[in-house]
Design a protein around this ligand. Structure first.
Ligand SMILES: NC(=O)c1ccc[n+]([C@@H]2O[C@H](COP(=O)([O-])OP(=O)(O)OC[C@H]3O[C@@H](n4cnc5c(N)ncnc54)[C@H](O)[C@@H]3O)[C@@H](O)[C@H]2O)c1
Ligand SMILES: O=C(O)[C@H](O)COP(=O)(O)O
Length: 528
């Protein structure tokens, strides 16, 4: 398969892709049509923060399976559009945390001691010793906005250097903050108490521009450090507050627009020190994120679970071999049920019985939904199936019963609407042999494969013979069948495996016979 890499990643990551047999194309700084053209051939795309993965980019290729982000921030990727397109988005949330935290500490010291400014003066031949009187960190208060992975690492490091830590993060518990020796406080309190304020939230609609003039006023006399994301602090306000002396200084690694334009007001003042988004730029971090992302791209391209998928259900790698066969049976049950129901699908119920209930079944349910919608949608997979259900207003329920009646594990997919409801149950015989064991309440033992026909008829002599001869007349070979009935002389349901499509004329001929209640042709591989 083809993997396109549009921002530089470590060679170790490229090797992981090539070792898996993929063709790897690197195209850095691709934009516009050139980017779309390159993406149009790719099954996997790997980016860092330098590539905007927009809806247009995702539109460029129906065969794109995954966008891997070799790093943490995914604000440059339209995840909703990726989900709609059935494209997995995965990042590498661990690999550069230490690098980002160390860069934050370095920037904090650099700001407090004016290291870059003094360095430039000295390089220019000036011994400006008397002009720089710095601030010590020990005994000062660090305000952390966003106490996630990087924020926590920064808090730990600066706590050990004698700083008091206050933090604002509405999504973490006080216990967690306590364990880090950080005091969780309200936003304004955090700003008022901080001598140094460090930003570690993602860029979201909620955080965008959250620190403006009024907030910077609360920091009076303090420093701002941002190794998180540009756009969280309003840059004009920041430049003005350094200029008018409200702030002692700022140290920034990230900017609303990158590369930072030369005319940015942030470049006008000596007390704003800047680095060009270097937080993750250490050898170790780049190797970590490149290999982790490449491994996830490999997994996605082999239809295996993706460890850090952000928009798709993920399964623990060790559980995957146990869950994998159920993924297929759930999808099959969904496909069969959807094709047997007349009319619009309004509800889908996926129920689990027995040992499978011990597993993480999120992906299995998503696969059942994939099966349900596949006959109707042009591009559906376990990534976008739950979204498709939501968009179509289909009510999805999932339930589990640990006790199993007849099988070690059973998955039942029921689709319904106002008029009707159809259930299809599937299981695995001997652990890996998929079977459909109940259709619409009839106990069967059908091998789900390729093309199938489900007939409902009165249970009387000669009906199976009639079906066989009509199929034969229309050139349809019956490869196998399983017949089930409610009671002698009542109604029967038969599942046939057939070798070719059943023409409408054959169905019409069967339906003309008063003993036939219904004939449904079902395809499991999407081809008629
Ligand atoms: N400069 C760099 O090179 C570099 C390197 C690594 C990470 N980063 C960036 O640093 C940021 C943090 O990364 P992380 O791995 O710690 O992420 P994370 O998801 O582990 O932590 C983010 C934290 O922010 C909190 N948060 C979310 N919304 C908030 C809000 N409105 N107010 C306060 N807190 C809020 C979350 O609860 C979470 O605890 C990300 O934006 C990431 O992209 C930058
Ligand atoms: O979010 C991240 O991981 C960092 O901002 C690093 O971004 P980069 O990979 O573009 O350096």
């Amino acid at each position: 398969m083809n993997v396109l890499v549009t921002d530089p990643i470590a060679d170790a990551g490229l090797d992981v892709l090539r070792d898996a047999g993929h063709e790897v194309e690197t195209g850095y700084e691709l934009e516009g049509e050139a980017l779309l053209e390159a993406v149009s051939n790719a099954n996997g795309l790997i980016v860092r923060s330098g590539t905007e993965v927009t809806e247009e980019v995702l539109d460029a290729n129906d065969d794109l399976v995954i966008v891997g982000r070799a790093g943490i921030g995914v604000d440059n990727i339209d995840i909703d559009a990726a989900t709609d397109h059935g494209v997995i988005v995965a990042n590498a949330p661990e690999g550069n945390v230490r690098a980002a935290a160390e860069h934050t500490v370095a920037m904090t010291f650099a700001a407090a001691r004016s290291i870059p400014q003094a360095h430039i003066r000295l390089k220019d031949g000036e011994w400006a010793k008397s002009e720089y009187l710095g601030a010590e960190l020990d005994g000062k208060t660090l305000g952390v906005v966003g106490l996630g992975r990087v924020g926590q690492e920064v808090a730990k490091k600066l706590d050990s250097l004698g700083m008091d830590i206050v933090a604002f993060d509405p999504y973490i518990s006080e216990e967690r903050a306590d364990r880090l020796g950080a005091e969780l406080v309200e936003f304004n309190d955090c700003l008022e108490r901080a001598d140094f304020l460090t930003i570690h939230t993602p860029l979201t609609p909620e955080t965008e521009g959250m620190i403006g003039e009024a907030e910077l006023d609360l920091l009076d006399g303090g420093y701002v450090i941002n190794v998180g994301r540009g756009g969280i602090i309003q840059e004009d306000a920041l430049a003005a507050k350094v200029e008018d002396g409200t702030l002692a200084g700022a140290a920034l690694d990230v900017f609303a627009e990158e590369p930072l334009p030369a005319e940015s007001p942030l470049l006008e003042h000596d007390d704003v020190i800047v680095t060009p988004h270097l937080g993750a730029s250490t050898e170790a971090a780049q190797e970590n994120v490149a290999t982790s992302t490449a491994e996830q791209v490999n997994a996605a391209l082999s239809e295996e679970p993706v460890a850090n998928a952000l928009n798709a259900p993920s399964i623990d790698e060790s559980a995957f071999p146990r869950v994998e066969p159920y993924i297929e049976i759930a999808e099959t049950a969904g496909k069969v049920a959807a094709q047997l129901l007349d009319g619009r699908i309004e509800t889908v119920e996926v129920t689990y019985e027995g040992e499978i209930t011990d597993e993480d079944i999120e992906f299995v349910t998503a696969s059942a939904l994939k099966g349900v919608f596949e006959p109707l949608e042009w591009q559906v997979n376990a990534v976008n199936a739950p979204q498709i259900a939501e968009d179509r207003g289909v009510d999805v329920t999932e339930s589990k019963t640990h006790q199993a009646a007849d099988f070690q594990s059973l998955i039942s997919v029921t689709v319904g609407n106002d008029e009707d409801e159809i259930s299809v149950d599937g299981t695995l015989f001997a652990g890996d042999d998929p079977r459909i064991v109940r259709v619409d309440g009839y106990r069967v033992d059908a091998i789900p494969h390729g093309k199938m026909v489900v007939t409902r008829n009165t249970d009387e002599p000669g009906v199976i013979g009639l079906i066989g001869s009509v199929m034969g007349k229309h050139g349809v070979n019956i490869a196998g069948m399983f017949n089930a009935r409610e009671a002698h002389g009542s109604e029967a349901l038969t599942v046939y495996n057939v070798d070719s499509q059943v023409p409408d004329a054959a169905k019409d001929e069967l339906n003309e016979d008063g003993r036939i209640i219904g004939v449904d042709y079902i395809t499991l591989n999407g081809q008629n």
